[in-house]
Design a protein around this ligand. Structure first.
Ligand code: PEP
Length: 257
């Protein structure tokens, strides 16, 4: 049975107490979570430590939302891959469109972050996606190819390497507008084909492709039912614990081989 990854990106939300309340609720339903579901929650850096402690006896995966591209040194305010590793963090989002838009992150920089995560054995969740303008001018495919080529320079993905790619159309993030299942499937299939052409079938099949952009309980099943969609990266709807639990429950009803 194929795994379905249900990842929550909290962005800059919640405090210590809300974090504890969230995980207390999530822990209560763990025996009902299907084995096919991988739960990943990415709280802000400050709460990674307490989140790890709260969830240590469960299968809940705690991920970071960002990492520095540098090893260590005079980079005020940055968090290194080594620090994440030290804290037992196994997953990290990179290339989120908010980081590209507000912090001017380029594909080249995201590529460096990918390499440093890889060095420390942290599994990256790499976000790519087009803006509305790029979609409307018919440039979606080229933009995605450029992002993939910019990040994965020189055929860097290894045979047994673990990584996740999240397709997140920028126009669908936090806007309430979702790509239709067909639209999302079309792009996921393009990404899968890019991996086949540049690597091989087994690498392409092995890398989970997540969809992100206004995923919520109402639309998660039709999106997850698409052939090339292996999970969801969810912002707003993952913040509310009842809605996150609903989504892992609904995704758990989907059986993919
Ligand atoms: C995200 O931040 O990755 C995201 C997809 O947000 P939302 O679900 O709120 O659109």
């Amino acid at each position: 049975m194929k795994k379905l990854y249900i990842a929550g990106n909290w962005k800059m939300n919640k405090n210590e107490q809300e974090t504890a309340e969230y995980f207390t609720q999530l822990l209560l339903v763990q025996d009902q979570v299907q084995d096919s579901i991988e739960q990943i929650i990415c709280p802000p850096f400050l709460y990674l430590h307490s989140s790890k402690k709260l969830t240590q006896i469960s299968k809940i995966i705690i991920g970071a939302q960002n990492v520095s591209d540098r090893e260590n040194g005079a980079f005020t305010g940055e968090i290194s891959a080594q620090m994440l590793k030290d804290m037992g963090i196994t997953h990290c989002i990179i290339g989120h469109s908010e980081r590209r838009q507000y912090f001017h992150e380029s594909n080249e920089l995201i590529g460096k972050k990918y390499i440093i995560l890889k060095k420390y054995g942290i599994i990256p969740i790499i976000c790519i996606g087009e803006t509305l303008e790029q979609r409307e001018s018919g440039h979606t495919n080229n933009v995605l190819r450029e992002q993939l080529e910019g990040i994965f320079r020189d055929k860097v993905i290894q045979e047994d390497e673990q990584l996740l790619i999240a397709y997140e159309p920028v126009w669908a993030i936090g806007t309430g507008k979702t790509a239709t299942p067909d639209m999302a499937q079309e792009v996921h299939s393009l990404i899968r084909n890019w991996l086949i052409i540049n690597y091989n079938h087994s690498t392409a099949e092995r890398i989970p492709l997540l969809y992100g952009g206004s995923v919520k309980p109402d639309n998660i099943q039709e999106l997850m039912n698409q052939d090339d969609i292996d999970g969801a990266l969810i912002g707003g709807a993952s913040l509310e614990i009842t809605s996150y639990i609903k989504m892992i429950e609904l995704a758990g009803e989907i059986k993919k081989c």
